[in-house]
Design a protein around this ligand. Structure first.
Ligand code: ATP
Ligand code: MG
Length: 394
């Protein structure tokens, strides 16, 4: 058999101390894929990363990741020698599926390959490895590494590529599950907002209007009533007015019309002012660099508004604070929201143990922000206060 690539690799590594050993390369590859997964990377991001790492792992000239897509294989990543295949988008599935997917066996091709398959990729690859990707027990795609010279890859390289493909299969399953969960949460949040908007509208257009005409009529009756009943009518009218205001407050909390009409800045200022008045808190609001930004998408504004609402609600319920600062600013290419209080603080590290039904606020904040790739950090020091940071890429 022609010289194995494994040997070449080892020789190269010993010649150049800077070059990582195959084991190190492998560790780095898995590390990169794992951290991409924890970041919630998509299937195509994982594929790009895996193709790049596979190429380095076996010193190949090209790599390709394709995923089963109906009767074809769609190319998710194609590097080096394989790059022209990315433009085509799809590969016919028949030969590959027969040779790789259905038997769950890799193909190694090159000079001297026993029973070399007649199948060849339409690029100048004379040797290579095509490893199956299985996700949840089903054939899901293939990871191929390609070489321009004809020396057949060795068995150690083949094992490395197969292991990486196996890991990528797990990655696909996780990324799909993450994607499905994100879509589901999106639906839950938007259904919740739609419901709130509906109830707010009903309260505003129905209940409030009825109360309003009640107040007007009472005033009319009051003006002509006998002095003995005037005071009683006045009291009833005051009660109706207070109820009207209360209904207005509830409707506003459910869906702030001001947010649609005047935008996030005004809505946050107004909410903070009302919240401060009703909870005896001092709330400072600072906004920086938002002017040039224009209006953000409606759902992003609503998400940030809901986060401010929950963070302030937490201050009022748990913090025993006297002062709160709300900061909303644009910093380069992201938006930062900070809600900071000077209350009693809490043990943030125990937050995960609180992830049960009665404690959903901070988890909700995280999930809402994650919909827009935002990151939420909560810092708290007992006796000093709590800070909620939200960073949202623009
Ligand atoms: N600003 C704060 N100051 C002090 N403790 C806080 C603050 N914010 C949150 N906490 C603590 O963190 C816990 C979790 O907060 P979280 O908002 O997730 O749930 P919750 O407010 O208890 O319930 P809900 O699901 O109604 O929001 C709180 O129970 C409280 O102990
Ligand atoms: Mg809460």
């Amino acid at each position: 058999l022609p010289a194995s690539r494994d040997r070449t690799h080892v020789e190269l590594a010993s010649q150049d101390a800077e070059l990582p050993s195959p084991i190190e390369q492998e560790t780095r590859a898995y590390h990169a894929l794992l951290s991409a997964l924890t970041r919630g990377a998509s299937v195509s991001e994982l594929s790009t990363l895996a193709a790049d790492r596979a190429m380095r792992l076996v010193a190949a000239d090209g790599a390709l990741v394709a995923r089963v897509d109906g009767s074809a294989l769609s190319v998710l990543a194609a590097h080096g020698l394989a790059a022209p295949l990315a433009a085509d988008g799809g590969l016919p599935r028949d030969e590959i599926s027969r040779a790789v997917l259905e038997r769950n066996q890799p193909i190694v091709f090159g000079d001297g390959a026993p029973g070399a398959p007649e199948w060849r990729l339409p690029v100048a690859a004379h040797a290579g490895i095509v490893a199956p990707i299985y996700a949840e027990g089903r054939p899901s795609g293939a990871l191929a590494v390609l070489c321009s010279d004809a020396a057949m890859p060795g068995s150690a390289d083949c094992a490395r590529v197969c292991k990486l493909a196996e890991f990528l299969g797990l990655g696909f399953a996780l990324a799909d599950a993450h994607h499905a969960r994100t879509r589901l949460l999106e639906r839950v949040f938007s259904a919740q907002e739609e419901e709130r908007r509906y109830i707010a509208r009903e309260l505003h257009d129905g209940t409030s209007q009825s109360l309003m005409s009640l107040v007007v009529r009472l005033r009319a009756i009051e003006s002509t009533a006998a002095p003995a009943t005037q005071q009683a009518l006045h009291d009833v009218r005051q009660l109706a007015k207070a109820t009207l205001e209360e209904v207005g407050r509830i409707a506003h909390g459910l869906h702030p019309v001001i947010l649609d009409e005047l935008g996030l800045e005004q809505a946050v200022r107004r909410h903070a002012a009302e919240f401060a008045a009703s909870h005896g808190l001092k709330i400072d609001v600072h906004m920086h660099g938002l002017r040039g930004l224009g209006r953000l998408p409606q759902s992003v504004e609503l998400m940030l508004y809901r986060i401010v609402q929950e963070a302030l609600r937490n201050v009022a319920r748990h913090a025993e604070a006297s002062t709160v600062s709300v900061l909303l600013e644009r910093a380069r290419d992201y938006l930062r929201l900070i809600v900071e209080d000077d209350g009693k603080g809490f043990a943030v590290e125990q937050l995960d143990q609180l992830a049960d039904v009665p404690h959903l606020g901070l988890h909700g904040i995280r999930e809402r922000a994650a919909q827009w790739k935002g990151v939420v950090t909560v810092e708290s020091e007992p006796g000093v206060g709590t800070t909620v940071y939200v960073e949202l890429p623009l």
